[in-house]
Design a protein around this ligand. Sequence first.
Ligand code: FES
Length: 119
Amino acid sequence: MSEAAEFRLCPLEEMPDPGARGFEFGEGRERTELVAVRAGADAAVFINACPHQGTPLETFPDRFLTRSGTRLLCSTHGAEFRLEDGLCVKGPCKGKSLQKVDSRLEKGILIARLDRDPD
Ligand code: FES
């Protein structure tokens, strides 16, 4: 049986539009790295790990998007991902996806919810 963990990310209004922002929670095995993407009143949240090698997408803080702002970019080898569902459409992990995380807005705050297996 899995447990759920919720993370309060930030007010949606504090995110660039369109834009993305990284979040880190916890230490050691509990460490969780997320990337949130905003497009207008919509947002999506993903685990910040490229499916190619599992490394975080960004090299510089909060620099997640391509120049056009239309895709997430892995800065290590250039994989590009759709903003809406995290599907890789270009690069070494084409056809694989970032892991999307359940999220919702509550009084304007973006909240992510992860299911975790207790061990
Ligand atoms: S680690 Fe992301 S494309 Fe290689």
